[in-house]
Design a protein around this ligand. Structure first.
Ligand code: ZN
Length: 129
């Protein structure tokens, strides 16, 4: 397993990590199999969505903020329940096929690390099998 470090700069953002994952495929000389990505945090997750138009990720972050406001009368005393809820919605892992040394993402797809309680330094675990 390899761990990627992601430094986030604001409370909520989606960071494209596709190239970081592709670099690991080349470094490990992976040809065929699967890439498993796991985010070991409770207030940050991972998702796959459009990477071509940056306004898509902005719309996703903005809409999640509207649906799950930071102040919401939550019980959790740490005060970051909104981040926990968003993380559960986007999820903590993705599995992507690798063929001939390439991630089998669709033309418009990219892999996004999703920060919901930044800025922080985060980990993303990647394993090929
Ligand atoms: Zn918390």
């Amino acid at each position: 397993m390899t761990t990627i470090t992601v430094k986030t700069t604001v409370r909520s953002e989606m960071i494209d990590i596709t190239h970081d994952v592709e670099r690991l495929i080349h470094a490990d000389n992976v040809r065929n199999g699967f890439c498993y990505i796991f985010v070991p945090h409770t207030t940050a997750g991972i998702t796959i969505n459009e990477g071509a138009d940056p306004s898509v990720r902005d719309d996703i972050v903005t809409t999640l903020n509207k649906l799950i406001p930071w102040e919401g009368g939550y019980r959790h005393r740490e005060g970051n329940s909104a981040a926990h809820i968003k993380t559960t919605i986007v999820g903590s892992s993705e599995t992507i096929a690798v063929q001939d040394g390439r991630l089998q993402l669709g033309t418009w797809q990219a892999i996004f690390f999703c920060e919901f309680d930044g800025p922080r330094t985060r980990k993303v675990h990647v394993r090929f099998f």
